[in-house]
Design a binder for this molecule. Structure first.
Ligand code: HEM
Ligand SMILES: *[C@@H]1O[C@H](CO)[C@@H](O)[C@H](O)[C@H]1NC(C)=O
Ligand SMILES: *[C@@H]1O[C@H](CO)[C@@H](O)[C@H](O)[C@H]1NC(C)=O
Ligand SMILES: *[C@@H]1O[C@H](CO)[C@@H](O)[C@H](O)[C@H]1NC(C)=O
Ligand SMILES: *[C@@H]1O[C@H](CO)[C@@H](O)[C@H](O)[C@H]1NC(C)=O
Length: 609
């Protein structure tokens, strides 16, 4: 490109001619704006408005043409909108998610009958297969590849993605809808997410539940911040107990005792606790204010953060070493390695059982008694593999669970005194900590305005990262999970003022973002969150749990777990046994606050399991 002003100036010769330089800049500006005009008006990437319905794949041809690939979607037509015969029948018979949820959470008399009959297994099978079918397996996209590629299949460092990123060249950040600039994250969080007054979870989840959620999920949500928000350090992408054993072999070997399969520990007042980083020098995240003799060495780098996390780490450490003793008893010939490896599989099995039968049971509020029995789906098509997706990570930022302060044994502990304070665990001991956490209510996750101000930055960060990662609009995810997209903010929330403000900030319901959508959606009556969190979260969750190799027909048998002794441990695992087989006395232990008179009664050292 040449400007008239500089045409007669030989290259490399500096001219102090202000007029020609000025003219050059002017022309340059003019040129740029012409260019911008050219790209923005007629030639918009046609995939920016998500034309392919029902999970069809949008592929751009030339500059302005697209085709939808509707293969095996059950639909055809230009935009995959015309249902095939059986699809029509399927949708005719399929009840709405809200109806199914209503039935599953009402009619005690019906569930009385079902829970104790063969129907329990049949329904459990339906739950597992219907939910898992939403998750593509093998996995598909990631944050770099919005199309299928070998790299995105093979490179485990990425979180996978259910929907590809918003194409780079779209007119607005969310595609074609909404404003050119998204609302300021800090303003969004302050206005709609920060707590004014604590709102307890109406389903009665307690802090044992909240800390379990955090502890359990941080084995597979480990964003590799040095590489960027698209990457994970947890390369096995599932329930591998990496939060107990470390996410790599080197760390595992440091944490192990190398005797009888056990993990290293320290003994304080005759009780087993995790060792300090002085004894086991693994990398941990502690602020410099924490003295070295109080830094516990754990499988997960960040678990020094909260006494609730060190509590669970201690329980699983004790359980691991307890199970080693049980196995050693029946396998006196086994060496350290086999005892360790077999115990690890048992710990994974126990974890999955507790998650399905107690944790998900609590979360779902279902009256159907959930069952962990991998054989239920042995005759169905099911891939025993799993890849953690970015959307699952974002969805699981359940920070509203955290209370205003922590009530332990009659003392009210504030955030500054609680965070990174490992002496809370040693001071109160496992029993009193469990008892206290089990009696304190967790916050309601959905409905907005329930995140403690201390956690403001964490929530802002999810929103910022989701923009950098170009996560598609909330309504696109609604469609992906076969939910009706919301037609307006007023349909999305019952809070008229919030709807009005959201509309003003986003401009269009189709531009509402994924994470704010999940947290601000109207909650179901008396429920911990709204429809979308359940209908999107459950598929990721169940696929991750049942997709574990130990659930496959190849692994799921007694010999995998050291014989019937080990298999029985997996099949009888409960939260209560985890606590009470590894403590001096049995506190009140559950994922919900006390409901019966019996549960309200104080427990003390005279209580045994
Ligand atoms: C007082 C309690 C808590 C504090 C101080 C806290 C703090 C944090 C911080 C600082 C991060 C890292 C943000 C970043 O740099 O990406 C984070 C991430 C996260 N938190 Fe929390 N959190 C708390 C409780 C919880 C709870 C109860 C859950 C429930 C599941 C949870 C779920 C998550 C998840 C899923 C991530 C993303 C992890 C990753 O991708 O590596 N947090 N939290
Ligand atoms: C398919 O979508 C495109 C773009 O959104 C639209 O212009 C076209 O009319 C749609 N075709 C049909 C058959 O609905
Ligand atoms: C995965 O992709 C990242 C980013 O391109 C790259 O740095 C890393 O080396 C890849 N990992 C493997 C195992 O190829
Ligand atoms: C199963 O049925 C019982 C009635 O026997 C009911 O009270 C209960 O809530 C149901 N669900 C579970 C998880 O036990
Ligand atoms: C840590 O917790 C203990 C026991 O509750 C308390 O005495 C101590 O003051 C706390 N330490 C800090 C630094 O807050």
């Amino acid at each position: 490109m040449m400007s008239v002003g500089e045409a007669d100036v030989p290259l490399g010769v500096k001219t102090p001619d202000v007029r020609s330089t000025f003219g050059f800049i002017l022309l340059l500006l003019l040129d740029v704006s012409l260019l911008a005009g050219a790209t923005s008006s007629p030639v918009v990437n046609p995939c920016c408005n998500y034309p392919c319905e029902n999970s069809g794949t949008c592929m751009r041809f030339g500059a302005d043409r697209f085709e939808c690939d509707c293969t095996r979607t059950g639909f055809h037509g230009e935009n995959c909108t015309v249902p095939e015969f059986w699809t029509r029948i399927h949708f005719l018979l399929k009840p709405s998610p809200d109806t199914v949820h209503y039935v599953l959470t009402h009619f005690h008399w019906l569930w009385d009958l079902i829970n104790n009959s063969f129907l329990r297994n049949i329904l459990m099978r339906v739950v597992l297969t219907v939910r898992s079918n939403f998750i593509p397996s093998p996995p598909t996209f990631n944050s770099k590849y919005g199309y299928l590629s070998w790299e995105s299949y093979y490179n485990l460092s990425y979180y996978t993605r259910i929907l590809p990123p918003v194409p780079e060249d779209c007119p607005t950040p969310m595609g074609t809808k909404g404003k050119a600039v998204l609302p300021d994250p800090q303003e969004l969080v302050k206005r709609f997410l920060i707590r004014k007054k604590f709102r307890p979870d109406p389903q009665g989840a307690n802090l044992m539940f909240a800390f379990f959620a955090q502890h359990f999920t941080h084995q597979f949500f480990k964003t590799h911040h040095r590489m960027g928000p698209a990457f994970t350090r947890a390369l096995s992408h599932g329930v591998d107990a990496g939060h107990i054993y470390g996410d790599n072999l080197e760390r595992q070997l440091q944490l192990r005792l190398h005797q009888e399969g056990k993990l290293r520990y320290q003994v304080i007042d005759g009780e087993m606790f995790p060792p300090t980083t002085q004894e086991v020098p693994v990398a941990m995240s502690y602020p410099s204010s924490v003295p070295h003799h109080q830094r516990l060495a754990l499988g997960q780098e960040v678990f020094g953060l909260l006494p609730g996390l060190t509590l669970y780490s201690t329980l699983w450490l004790r359980e691991h070493n307890r199970v080693c003793d049980v196995l050693k008893e029946v396998h006196p010939t086994w060496g350290d390695e086999q005892l360790f490896q077999t115990t690890r599989l048992i710990i994974i099995g126990e974890t999955i059982r507790i998650v399905v039968e107690e944790y998900v049971q609590q979360l779902s509020g279902y009256l159907l008694q959930l069952k962990f029995d991998p054989t239920i789906i042995f005759h169905d098509q099911f891939q025993y593999s799993n890849r953690i997706s970015l959307e699952f990570n974002h969805l699981y930022h359940w920070h509203p669970l955290m209370p205003d302060s922590f009530l332990v044994d009659g003392q009210d502990i504030t955030y500054p005194n609680f965070l990174f304070n490992t002496s809370v665990l040693l001071h109160f001991g496992v029993e009193k900590l469990v008892d206290s956490f089990a009696r304190q209510q967790a916050g309601q996750i959905g409905g907005g305005r329930n995140v403690h101000a201390r956690l403001q930055e964490v929530v802002e960060l999810v929103i910022k990262e989701s923009r950098a990662l170009r996560v598609q609009p909330f309504n696109e995810y609604r469609k992906k999970f076969e939910l009706k997209p919301y037609a307006s903010f007023y349909e999305f929330t019952d809070d008229k003022e919030m709807a009005r403000q959201l509309e003003e900030l986003y401009g269009d319901i189709d531009a509402l973002e994924f994470y704010p959508g999940l947290l601000l959606e109207r909650t179901r009556p008396n429920a911990i969150f709204g429809e979308s969190m359940v209908e999107m979260g459950a598929p990721f969750s169940l696929k991750g749990l049942l997709g574990n190799p130990i659930c496959s027909p190849v692994y799921w048998k007694p010999s995998t777990f050291g014989g019937m002794v080990g298999f029985d441990i997996v099949n009888s695992a409960t939260l209560e046994r985890l606590v009470c087989l590894n403590s001096r006395w049995c506190p009140y232990v559950s994922f919900h606050v006390p409901r019966s008179k019996e549960d309200h009664r104080p427990r003390d050292p005279s209580t045994e399991l």
